[in-house]
Design a protein around this ligand. Structure first.
Ligand code: UQ1
Length: 443
């Protein structure tokens, strides 16, 4: 990895020959990317290609040693894909011509164009991209952590890299009783995943002939099964056909693993609580923006997300700060497909601003969710800020299709590792335009 730290600016550096003196590094760069997840890595790849000849170009701050392709977690939980295929070392996915600081931001100082890190370093930037994702708040649900740590508890979650690998065993162990799947009363990354794992589990029990002894229940805090009416209708049909009970406005508030009981609250009448016995409880944990953003009043909005313009993705107050992915205030569905589409807009807008041009690219809220309903079946939902379907393929995507399942299982992971993380995938917009053009010529 090339070092792009400006040595002139190394005002004080760590010096092991004077162990009593704490010496911090001062880095300086053109582009600072906070977060090495999907958004950060994709943007670092795009920008480092453009700026690779500049002496100080792209620095990425990311504390984790591993990088996950999280869209595979539903298939891993359902026993369809292997955990190892979702994981690579961070050092192998971050672009080579950037500098990785394996460190964590502890304070943002946007008025001075700098951040401070846990190691005590300071990083000065011309442009900063914030891509620090959503935090999983396991501890905000009483009983959840103990339940997940207890192998007998029959509580599981596809949402954590440390919990996803146990999910399939617990599905296999379930032979009767109530199998409950939950969706919390918070923003969620991949909001389709909490119901996908219910469909895949239900299919498993059907093939293993235990289904007649199991009640499958999807308890969601939301007022609808899915935000886009056309896809919601198809999904309700799937649930009706397969006798999956859907309870809306129903929020999990506590777990008692000893008694195998879960406490739910009716969000329409919060004083109404009920206790449900479970033989399997799949939990989607509460989530929220990272604390470091939440506590920064000028960077974040009233609910703690990075306060950016929904179309340009530029910060509403600090014009050299931008955001991408799950940590931002943009009201799209938080998926990897959304990040692919945002990455092109963000790249073009940063380049325009750096060269004094007007920003011309606007993000329309595109997001996509491949709703796997069983092995071999998938409804590929695609939509924008207005919750209007924006389908890529010239076929009816509201149906369960094998093609979409194959894309989800094989093509999207391939695109992710080989194109997106290298800055070469901007989502399917181009293909949608080509298909629309061909369709218009045929008519
Ligand atoms: C997509 O672009 C993408 O990024 C690689 C995904 O990753 C998980 C997806 O799941 C989806 C659906 C898209 C959108 C792409 C097409 C072809 C509809």
């Amino acid at each position: 990895m090339h070092s792009v730290v400006n040595s002139n600016l190394l005002s004080i550096s760590r010096n092991t020959s004077f162990p009593n003196v704490i010496r911090y590094a001062h880095h300086s760069c053109k582009i600072l990317v906070i977060g090495g997840g999907t958004g950060g890595c994709t943007m670092a790849a795009k920008l480092s290609k453009t700026f690779h000849k500049s002496p100080n170009h792209v620095i990425i701050i990311e504390p984790s040693k591993d990088h996950y392709y999280q869209p595979l977690f539903t298939l891993i939980g359902g026993g369809i894909s292997k955990f190892d295929t979702s994981k690579k070392l961070m050092k192998d996915v971050l672009p080579k011509n950037t500098q990785w600081l394996k460190d964590k931001v502890v304070s943002f100082e946007p008025e001075e164009n700098k951040v401070k890190t846990e190691n005590g370093d300071t990083v000065q930037y011309d442009v900063m991209i914030v891509a620090i994702g959503l935090e999983l708040h396991w501890n905000k649900l009483p009983g959840l952590i103990e339940s997940l740590q207890n192998p007998e508890a029959q509580v599981c979650s596809i949402y954590g890299p440390n919990t996803v690998a146990n999910v399939f065993d617990k599905i296999k162990k379930t032979e009767e009783g109530n199998a409950l799947f939950t969706f919390p009363n918070t923003p969620v990354k991949c909001p389709g995943a909490p119901q996908k794992i219910a469909y895949i589990s239900e299919h498993y029990w059907t093939t293993n002939k235990t289904r007649n002894n199991i009640n499958v229940v999807y308890n969601t805090s939301l007022p609808v099964i899915f935000g886009v009416k056309e896809y919601a209708n198809s999904l309700l049909q799937v649930c009706n056909n397969r006798n999956i009970q859907v309870n809306l406005h129903t929020n999990l508030i506590a777990i008692n693993p000893d008694k195998k009981e879960a406490v739910f609250q009716n969000l329409e009448k919060p004083e109404n609580k009920h206790i449900a016995k479970y033989s399997l409880l799949h939990v989607t944990p509460p989530m929220g923006p990272p604390d470091i953003l939440k506590k920064h009043e000028t960077l974040s909005n009233e609910v703690g997300f990075l306060d950016i313009h929904p179309q340009t993705l530029q910060h509403n107050k600090f014009k050299n700060i931008y955001g991408i992915g799950d940590c931002t205030s943009t009201p799209n569905s938080k998926t990897m497909a959304a990040i692919a589409s945002q990455s092109k807009v963000l790249y073009e807008n940063i380049m325009a601003n750096l060269s004094g041009r007007e920003m011309k690219m606007f993000y329309n809220g595109y997001s996509s969710c491949p709703l796997v309903t069983a092995p071999g079946k998938c409804i590929l939902a695609e939509f924008d800020y207005t919750f209007t379907p924006q389908e890529t393929f010239p076929i009816n995507q509201k149906r369960e299709l094998l093609l979409m399942y194959l894309l989800k299982k094989h093509l999207f992971p391939f695109i992710y590792w080989n194109l997106m993380l290298k800055g070469l995938w901007n989502g399917p917009e181009k293909f949608r335009k080509i298909f629309t053009f061909i369709k218009s010529k045929n008519c």
